[in-house]
Design a protein around this ligand. Sequence first.
Ligand code: NDP
Ligand code: 8X3
Length: 253
Amino acid sequence: MEKYVFITGATSGFGEACAKEFGKNGWNLVITGRRNDRLKKLAEDLKSAYSIDCISLCFDVRVEEDVFKAAESLPEKIKSSIQILINNAGLAVGRGPIDEGLIDDWDRMIDTNIKGLLYVSRAIIPFLKTNGSGHIFNLGSIAGKEVYAGGNVYCASKHAVDALSKAMRIDLVNDGIKVTNIAPGAAETEFSIVRFKGDDSVAKSVYDGFSPLVAQDIAETIYFVATRPSHVTINDLTIMPTAQASATVFHKA
Ligand code: NDP
Ligand code: 8X3
């Protein structure tokens, strides 16, 4: 049977690395994000490198109507072949104290990390249910397990992802759908560039003095979890750089 993995936020970082990892292993892909030029190029590269099908859908996960339109636009044959949903699109914006927080930053995080994940899940889960099995990966974070100074709303949004992973697992157990919460520590992607609003030097300094995770570490981990036998589910996986002991404790050179 043809099998597809549906990935949000495939234009960079973890999502792009997942697309490459699953593609390399023969999976067909539906890749999504807002930067259409990157999506189109990635789809062409993966199709020619691995002889797979790769469909790109350009939409903003915060726009409910666009999420459902994009999901509905898929051919029936593909809808019925989606076996994995990777809810990866997300971001942090800002890192200041709560009393100085910008409402627009808060809205972007809540609308993307919580509401966007919910819209995509609501659109795609019916396809998984029809198929009688499936696996949902939600990108949580160490920020969904702990809270740190200046993390306030981002941490709250990732705690919500943690809770939604547990809730999905309960609500979907009778449908044979696995749900895995992935909680990474510091990983060097475009994450900090977005968080610090394009200030490359502040973004880079986050990773000074230690070896952070890279996107490929997360992609390989997700691929490993996705390929366990059908009776085995890994529910929750915290994955850290070796030099990071908690959200705030690092061994730096
Ligand atoms: P990147 O910034 O490299 O990638 C984020 C991806 O999300 C991009 O493809 C971006 O695509 C997409 N995205 C963001 N907002 C939207 C939106 N409104 N609609 C659609 N797509 C969107 O970051 P990472 O790969 O590091 O982050 C991926 C996930 O992992 C996030 O949920 C993040 O919170 C989480 N995470 C990251 C950690 C890290 O240290 N890097 C650690 C723990 C968790 P585009 O801009 O094209 O829309
Ligand atoms: C990203 C990791 O520690 O910056 O979720 O919150 S952290």
